[in-house]
Write a protein that binds this ligand. Sequence first.
Ligand code: AMP
Length: 218
Amino acid sequence: MTNLILLGPPGAGKGTQARMLTESVGLLQLSTGDLLREAVAKGTKAGEAAKQVMEAGDLVSNEIVIAIVNDRLDLPDVEAGVIFDGFPRTVVQAEALDKLLKAKAMKLDFVVSLDVQDAAMIERISGRYTCAGCGEGYHDTKKVPANVDICDSCGESNFKRRADDNAATVAERLKAYHAETAPLIEYYRNKGLLFRIDAMGDIVAISDQLKELVSKTN
Ligand code: AMP
């Protein structure tokens, strides 16, 4: 059972790579962004508090996010191993994760920083959308379905875009990444857990590098 963190700015490919790893090696994707969007859609107390913050591209409070992760880690499916996608995003969250894992007798195997250039992220994010049925990711210019209205993976014709995937919000999210999240690279380097991958290249080649890292911890 491998537990790992995918670090990187919005658009670096954390979600895509987590999905591919889930399919290939069976790890569980734990995306705080997905859990927060779910909470917003359900109108829970945490969701109501998070909604505007997310729409502005700012970070949701450590308190809310840590509570969500704590609850999620109590479900039995985490035994398969967890890919933390979009968490931790601050040093406070990283310290909280250390404590949570210890309390739950889990261990962090490694952390991968997906290294990309900011300039490319705005274009990547502004054009992206997903299949509402299976979650397969697409892009207006880089990856359209063979038949534009039908998902290549599951055949559904219902696609969705995230409310925060617009140029103004993306700029804010990149700012939050550099101010709050980038210091985690140093945090995990100091713990001897950090690997860096050039994530500007081919999606499958990046996935192969991640699989290789996972296979070494099994
Ligand atoms: P993501 O899907 O990871 O891009 O996250 C979308 C939005 O959810 C972010 O821009 C934040 O507003 C919020 N969010 C997700 N994860 C976290 C986190 N670990 N800490 C604070 N806010 C988060």
